[in-house]
Every structure is written in C-alpha cells, then in structure tokens.
Design a protein around this ligand. Sequence first.
Ligand SMILES: Nc1ncnc2c1ncn2[C@@H]1O[C@H](COP(=O)(O)OP(=O)(O)OP(=O)(O)O)[C@@H](O)[C@H]1O
Ligand SMILES: [Mg+2]
Length: 290
Amino acid sequence: MTKCIAFHSYKGGTGKSTISSNLSASLAKKGLTAVLLDVDVYAPSLQDYFQWQPKKSINDYLFENANIDEVIHDLTPVLNKFESGDGEQSESKGKLLVAFSSTSKDEIYKLDGAVRQEGSKIQLLRKFLMLREEIVSKYNADFIIIDTSPGIRYWSINSLAIADTILLSLKLDGIDLKGTRLLAKEIYESLTKLGTKSYLLLNRAAGYCLPPNLAGETSASNQEIYENTVGNQSTVVSKLSADVGMDTILSIPCYCDIQFDSNEFLTALKFPNHPFAGKINALIEKLEKI
Ligand SMILES: Nc1ncnc2c1ncn2[C@@H]1O[C@H](COP(=O)(O)OP(=O)(O)OP(=O)(O)O)[C@@H](O)[C@H]1O
Ligand SMILES: [Mg+2]
C-alpha cells in the first residue's frame, strides 16, 4: 500500500526540501518506488536541486494541459551516479520519480489567481486529488513524498489533507515554536481526527558540532553555555511535544558541512557514511513501521 508523507513547517528553511529529496532518493536506492512531489508551488526549489528542466509541471497537470506521464519524471539514473559505500557503482533497483512545480512567474500567478475563484478552485482541488490517485494506481508507488510551502497556504493544506502522515519540521527557536503550536492546534488537530498521523521532526538541532572545549578553546563558561543550550533544547521539545500532543519522530542535528556546502545535493547518497545518511535511514525505518 502506498504511504503518502507530507513535509510541512510553520517557518521556511527548516529542511523540508533537503530531507524530502534525500529521503526519496534513499528509498529508491533501497529498491522502493518513491514519487517526490514539489508542491511548494509559490517557491519551488526541486528543479534547482535536481538540476532538471521539466517540459511539463504539476501546474500543467492541474490545468489539464498535461497528463500524468508527462509530469512524472524518472530521475532514477541520477541515483546511479552515486557510488555505494564500498566504492562500487551500484545500480538502483528502485525508482525515483519526481513531479516539479513550475518556476515560471506567470504560471505561479495563474495558479494563485485560479484558486481565488470558487469554481476553478474546486476543479483544481479535484485534479489534485486525482494526481494522488493516478500516482497510486499507475506507478505502484511505495511512497509519495510531498515537499510543501511553509505556513498556512492553500496548496500546503491540500497536501496535508491528501497525506497519511505529516512531518512537521522545525528549527528550535522561539518564533518557530509558537507557529508550530498554532499549526498543531488549528490544522493538524482536525486532520488527526480523520486518521492522519502527525509527528514533529526536529532539524538542525544542536549537538553535532564540537563543543568549544573539544575544538581547542578550553573555557568552562563556553562549555556551560553549550550544555545549557543542548539541555534546554530537549526540555523545550518535550514540553512542546506534550503541549501539541505530537510525538517527535526524529531529531537531526545541524551539520555545518551541509549548511555551508554551496552545492549540497543528495548528501545521504553522496556520503553514505555521513551521520546525516544514518538519520535518513533511521527516518525510513520509522516510516516503514507507521
Ligand atoms: N540538518 C541540517 N544541517 C545543516 N544544514 C541543513 C540541515 N537541513 C537542512 N539544512 C540546510 O538548511 C537550508 C534550508 O533547507 P531547505 O531548503 O531544505 O529548507 P526548506 O524547509 O525546504 O525551506 P523553504 O521553506 O524555504 O522551502 C539549506 O541550505 C540546507 O542545506
Ligand atoms: Mg523548500
């Protein structure tokens, strides 16, 4: 049975695109069929990430200018460029299929305008539901992974509505916590009542970078600051989890090498021994059990 997972967040930059891309690619590398949908229709980023110029986009599908086969792109060959951990070139047994949103300003305006009119809004919503159904029936997908826009936007909410599981990613700072509480109460509560599962996904949490004393600066006060920050984070998270009634599926540290890499691309495949790859595998194990 196909599992549909949507990545969402209150604020931008919480790692939705990075994690959804790495997750989809890793699923395919493991022999599964993963269909990744870029439903961040207002600011799509996956074309850039995969360096792919699709002829047809999800926008075309929604407006009936393209059929499903034209918008689903087989990016499996991209995976085969990455060597396996033992240095051997390994053919992927699975499939990575990706549907992109249009990056054209006119297309983005057109979609935004259409959802402001009641008639076309309903038609587009029906088409969106059909997109999920066609992927399930035609591609025999094990996973549909949806990358959404942050915040409360029309297509993000629709994406959450068609998902079986929502992963609400967050970085740990005050504003994000407030927004996350708001999303959990206003949106997720009603979806959860209908059977959707939702989890917090902590990303870019403290704890990976060497503490200042290990990095050569032996200062007791620095160490104290570090321990306070890391200690506080877990207290804040357990309070938030209890407050919004959502379990934390995983906590992924902030890896400076990922953050500052100007060409960051599928780290989990490029460096299978990187702890980030381990985290993606841990996420897969958890999602397979849900
Ligand atoms: N665990 C991590 N450690 C370090 N850097 C990370 C980590 N996860 C993501 N990043 C970096 O954070 C930045 C934002 O990530 P990303 O674009 O995936 O976020 P997003 O939630 O999709 O943002 P938006 O809401 O704007 O679409 C990127 O530069 C990415 O490389
Ligand atoms: Mg993104």
